[in-house]
Design a binder for this molecule. Structure first.
Ligand code: PHE
Length: 485
């Protein structure tokens, strides 16, 4: 009973500003932030991008962007969030009402990503069961089976529902009691699963070719303009930047946390897991004679085919692999759900329980439309010329995340006072940050230009220009109307 009351208090029913959620421990925060960062982006997207774009050459370019851009933007987001002790909207609003729209853009981006990302989360959950129930017994049917599954009507919907239910269970319990607790268990589990899978892959005969692919750069394949852009976009997506997730997570940080080292740790861990996913997949892939450039189907088609060739033990490894994918996806969607939830709690004093359930229901409806847009029996509901799934993917990845990244750095470099940033990061001079000036120069002058250039090029390359125009119309609408909210 007492426990319930306390929970409700944390949930916001009796909430005052001072009683916002806070991380219980440094380790808990690091696991939660790394949980947000490590997601489908690392295990599903990174390996196939590397496979298509020159292996280690792509990886080197990616690491360059993580170091020059990713760590700095992450530190910027932590700082903005902790300074305001408020999630994305409140953090911008507390400095300038003219910037509230940037916070809304973040919340909207999180909401829209939650309109399709959980669909893929549902697939990973489904593949845990499918692995256990004979997926691997007919290796030749794996490719067609995947196509049939994702274009089906009810089966993917069922798994979206289950996946969203898992999100609700975690986020309803709050920052320390839900998100942090789950991350402290799930992240080490994910790490362990990957290590086991890597162990198997590396000891296969012929695995060396896969390691060669990962270690010997093919610069000819990577030195194309769009590959460089892809690497930078991937850095943003993978580190959960540009949409307020790290602002929100930073807002629950205690004042005596050293944010620069936290940003380095989270970015480093995220990169490590992406590399581990590569080492988990490529050696086994090469050992069984598959090509590395399969594209988005790599994880759901080629990887099970590889496991099918391992005999009985393959079933076990397939279950472990899709469990890892599920865990990675879950800790990321939890952070997206939290971005939207925190907005309603901070700005409207809403109850956590009610908010989480209400917005999850709306998100699930979006996911259902996204899933059906891939080919279910419902009417396809064309959305700006593409299906809902692709619409949300392009809109968020290519338009909103990049815009959010430019906005957050301009905001830190040109709107907040330099001294204020310094005081926040060093906790009024009690903590050292020797590279402050390097970071500040990057954030003020270099990153906005770099990201804007990439964003512009990326947007020009969008074939469905309607999506681009819709995106800009939304941003303009937010800029005009958000001052009144
Ligand atoms: N970083 C996550 C991934 O790699 C995706 C994500 C983006 C999560 C933005 C939260 C916020 O899959």
């Amino acid at each position: 009973m007492l426990c319930n009351i306390l929970n409700e208090e944390e949930g916001g029913i009796f909430m005052q500003k001072k009683e916002r959620g806070q991380w219980g421990s440094r380790f808990g925060f690091l696991m939660a932030a790394a949980g947000s960062a490590v997601g489908l982006g690392n295990i599903w997207r990174f390996p196939y991008l590397a496979g298509k774009n020159g292996g280690s050459a792509f990886i080197l370019i990616y690491i360059f962007f993580v170091i020059v851009l990713g760590i700095s933007v992450m530190l910027t987001e932590f700082t903005i969030g902790r300074r305001a002790e408020s999630a994305a909207v409140g953090a911008y609003k507390s400095v300038s009402k003219n910037w509230t729209f940037a916070g809304f853009l973040g919340v909207l981006t999180a909401f829209l990503i939650m309109g399709y990302y959980p669909v893929v989360g549902g697939w990973s959950l489904a593949y845990i069961f499918k692995s256990a129930t004979g997926l691997l017994s007919q290796p030749d049917a794996i490719g067609d089976g995947f196509g049939a599954f994702i274009t089906g009507t009810y089966e993917p919907l069922l798994f979206v529902l289950l996946f969203m239910a898992a999100n609700i269970i975690v986020v309803v319990k709050g920052v320390a009691g839900g998100i942090e607790k789950a991350a402290k268990i799930l992240m080490p589990l994910l790490f362990l699963l990957l290590i086991v899978i890597i162990g198997r892959g590396l000891t296969l005969e012929g695995a060396g070719a896969g390691m060669d692919f990962l270690l010997k750069p093919d610069f000819a394949a990577a030195m194309k303009g769009d590959v460089i852009l892809t690497a930078m976009g991937q850095a943003f997506l993978s580190l959960s930047l540009g949409m307020g997730a790290m602002i929100t997570y930073g807002s629950y940080l205690k004042k005596d946390e050293h944010m620069p080292s936290n940003a380095v740790f989270v970015s480093g861990l995220d990169t490590l897991v992406a590399l581990m996913a590569g080492v988990a997949i490529f050696p086994a892939l090469f050992a069984f004679g598959f090509e590395p450039d399969a594209g988005p189907g790599l994880v759901f088609v080629i990887v099970p085919m590889v496991f099918a060739k391992m005999g009985v033990i393959g079933t076990l490894f397939s279950i472990l692999f899709f469990t890892a994918l599920f865990v990675a996806a879950l800790t990321s969607t939890v952070s997206l759900l939290e971005v939207v939830t925190a907005y309603f709690i901070d700005e409207h004093g809403a109850s956590r329980q009610k908010t989480v359930i209400a917005i999850s229901v709306v998100m699930t409806i979006f996911c259902a439309v996204s899933s059906l847009s891939l080919g279910g029996t419902m009417p396809a509901l064309p959305f700006f010329g593409v299906g809902m799934f692709d619409f949300l993917d392009i809109l968020t990845d290519k338009v909103f995340l990049a815009s959010g990244g430019v906005l957050v750095t301009i905001f830190a470099g040109w709107v907040i006072k330099k001294d204020e940033l310094k005081n926040e990061i060093t906790n009024n001079g009690t903590m050292e940050f020797k590279l402050f000036n390097v970071w500040y120069t990057l954030v003020k002058y270099i990153i906005p230009v770099l990201v804007a250039a990439v964003a512009f090029a990326g947007m020009m390359a969008i074939e469905q220009k309607e999506v681009l125009y819709a995106g800009f119309a939304i941003i303009a609408g937010l800029a005009i109307f958000s001052k009144k909210l």
